[in-house]
Design a protein. Structure first.
Lengths: 330, 208
């Protein structure tokens, strides 16, 4: 498997060096593996820290900047960061009024962020956490580790980030983050597996005429396998799953997210179907994102995330943002 | 058993994890995210580096250092879980310079309890607990009968290997494999497999 890398063991550090060189608005601590805003913490502003395994770029480092995160902690590829990174980031962004941890619901992320939060609290930094778990493909939470955090993470980071920028207190920022998560649902589909640099071969096998339904973002297989069909049918499966879980209505924020190796033209083909589905169900895509935002290395496929908007959430979504991955209004 | 015995155990774990790295990663590719071998290898390599700089005064201090290093270096779920296991093992042993099989058995029981609490996993969930818990029982029973270290560790390693093999028909209820639902059946749990390796290393060192 060909990869544009120097060495499988140094991919994360090498990429962070590139991020640092490309984005003067960021300060990258390559040694401790933390991506900060170059401007540093602002007194009186709640700090936002997220993190997770690498391989999902631009998530999370690409969403550090005005109106979104204050710091991101990239782990090894598909491996959650260690507590030391999170502690370093949390202390580094504390503006004196507390820090919100935005954590995707995976056992490793939860354990490492919890350990970090406890140690930060012992050192006097107030920390609140929001757990993102929007993936409807994981159905029965009694018999699983619970729903995974996927695309809604971006919505939470953007909207909570906007509120924090306005100077809202930690409790309010945490509450809006939890609200965005509660109003969001996602479903992912793979047309091909992905290949981690360490493994050097695909994480699972898919025949030419097969797709994998209900995938996460770590190259893990999904719940079921199905015959490949037209985009219309594939999108319908995803949207049905979302609609069954939280019936569509009203104004929505919709992301049609590429998994890393899906041509943009195909994402737009799929988005047309998403939009038609929403209309059929009395809903409207009031705000949209189409592109690669929460990826899974070189996987072909997509995920759809739908968030039920309120006027306040729309206002916060529209607020200015200036990060490598999202930028408007400034 | 003194500090040098446990140093030898850590060396043997490091060697075995490196040797079995690809097999662990392949098990993880089937029902997880294909990095368990690489992560543990990185963790124990860091442990060896930490031990090259300092020599802990007691078995307990050594195992606490191992656990802390794993927590700091591995990430994922296995870092906190194995790290907590070794830390609890070390903390329970305290600063005694010599450890008997019975004392080690009691400390390993405390370590498994800590893992259960942290991961909220029970036996049958298809996790490392499925190898750890039977190993602790076998070790405790052997130690209670006054078995020598070599016999007790052999019993523990066999129980862990059987426990790991018994995860194959289980459906995962914890961790990333649980997302697969029924499709997790038919694969050995990578965490249970690495636990069997770690206890197998204990048997190897105990037999010397």
């Amino acid at each position: 498997m060909k990869k544009l890398i120097n060495d499988a063991g140094t991919v994360v550090s090498d990429a962070l060096a590139g991020v640092a060189a490309a984005h003067p608005g960021l300060r990258v601590d390559v040694e401790n593996r933390v991506v900060y805003r170059a401007s540093g913490p602002r007194r009186g502003k709640v700090g936002l820290v997220s993190g997770g395994g690498s391989g999902h770029e631009p998530l999370h480092g690409g969403f550090v900047g005005h109106g979104m995160l204050d710091a991101a902690c990239p782990g090894e590829i598909f491996t959650s960061p260690v507590p030391d990174q999170v502690i370093e980031a949390t202390k580094g962004v504390d503006g004196g009024v507390g820090v919100l941890h935005i954590v995707k619901n995976y056992t490793g992320d939860v354990l490492n962020f919890e350990m970090a939060a406890e140690l930060c609290a012992e050192e006097g930094v107030e920390v609140a956490s929001v757990l993102v778990n929007d993936d409807v493909a994981v159905r029965d939470s009694l018999y699983t580790a619970g729903r995974r955090g996927t695309g809604a993470t971006l919505f939470v980071e953007k909207i909570a980030g906007a509120l924090a920028e306005e100077g809202a207190p930690l409790a309010e920022v945490a509450a809006v983050a939890a609200d965005v998560n509660a109003r969001s649902r996602s479903f992912g589909v793979a047309l091909s597996p992905c290949t981690t640099p360490a493994a050097g071969k695909p994480t699972f096998q898919l025949a030419d005429d097969e797709i994998e339904l209900g995938i996460g973002i770590h190259g893990e297989p999904g719940r079921t396998r199905a015959a490949a069909g037209p985009a219309r049918e594939i999108v319908r499966v995803a949207m049905d799953a979302i609609n069954e879980d939280l019936p569509l209505s009203g104004e929505t924020l919709v992301m049609l997210n590429g998994m890393g190796a899906t041509p943009l033209i195909e994402l737009y083909v799929a988005f047309a179907e998403v939009d038609a589905y929403l209309r059929e169900h009395g809903a409207r895509a009031a705000r949209t994102l189409v592109g690669n935002y929460v990826t899974s290395l070189d996987m072909q496929g997509f995920s759809v995330t739908v968030c039920h908007l309120t006027d306040e959430l729309t206002r916060l979504w529209d607020a200015p943002v200036e990060t490598p991955g999202l930028r408007w209004g400034r | 058993m003194d500090t040098s015995f446990f140093l030898a155990w850590v060396d043997e774990i490091t060697r075995v994890v490196a040797a079995e790295r690809d097999r662990l990663t392949e098990l993880d590719a089937a029902i997880g995210d294909a990095d368990h071998g690489a992560n543990l290898d990185r963790g124990f390599t860091a442990v060896r580096a930490a031990l090259a700089e300092t020599t802990p005064a007691s078995p307990g201090a050594l195992l606490v250092l191992v656990g802390g290093t794993l927590i700091r270096k591995v990430g994922g779920a296995s870092g906190p879980l194995y790290g907590t296991a070794f830390r609890q093992l070390g903390k329970t042993l305290g600063d005694a310079g010599e450890v008997s099989p019975a004392e080690f058995a009691a400390a390993l029981e405390a370590a498994v309890d800590a893992v259960r609490r942290l991961g909220s996993a029970a036996e049958g969930d298809k996790t490392m607990v499925d190898a750890l818990a039977p190993a602790v029982r076998a070790l405790g029973a052997a130690a209670a009968e006054g078995a020598k270290a070599a016999e007790a560790f052999d019993a523990a390693a066999r129980a862990a290997e059987e426990g790991a093999a018994a995860t194959v028909p289980l459906q995962a209820r914890k961790g990333r494999a649980s997302y697969l639902g029924p499709r997790s059946v038919g694969h050995e749990d990578p965490g249970a497999a690495s636990t069997a390796l770690i206890l197998g290393a204990l048997r190897t060192v105990g037999a010397r």
